[in-house]
Design a protein around this ligand. Structure first.
Ligand SMILES: [Zn+2]
Length: 148
């Protein structure tokens, strides 16, 4: 639609998301510490912690990806099914338990990236206000400085 939308490149955002970087600027990680996502980007102030319910999408992304990985593991090991069915079940259980834990940060990151591509991320301001669609108003000067 506008030039602003054109700058939100899907491949660039996906690459940033896979590296757990801010989908808007790529200059900072989204992870505060293990299993803790930052409130906002320290470089461009893009808000990561959105309203209640926003990250149901991240949970859904994690669950769906886990189901796909369990299914792929099953098909990769289907030769085990006739001789070692118990072993196959144990492997699938381990994948089903461990994968969503290992994928936790990436599910958040990919969900944030998808939201950024679709509608941009709001910008968190000093006073705690949130500026919706703050692509150029508060973030986009390239130095990570906040402009009024
Ligand atoms: Zn950023």
């Amino acid at each position: 639609m506008s030039a602003k939308r054109g700058r939100r490149s899907i491949p660039l955002t996906l690459a940033r998301s896979l590296r757990l970087r801010c989908p808007a600027c790529g200059r900072a990680t989204i992870v505060e510490r293990p299993f803790q996502i930052k409130h906002h980007c320290p470089a461009c102030r893009a808000l990561f912690k959105r309203e209640e319910g926003f990250f149901v999408g991240a949970i859904v992304a994690n669950v769906l990806t886990t189901e796909l990985v369990v299914l792929a593991t099953y098909f990769a090991l289907i030769a085990l099914a006739s001789a070692h069915f118990d072993l196959l079940l144990a492997i699938l259980l381990a994948v089903a338990v461990l994968f969503p834990v290992a994928f936790y940060h990436h599910s958040w990151s990919l969900w944030l990236g998808a939201d950024y591509v679709i509608e941009s991320l709001p910008v968190y301001t000093e006073r705690g206000r949130v500026v919706e669609d703050g692509d150029d108003r508060a973030r986009g000067n390239g130095r990570g400085e906040s402009k009024p």
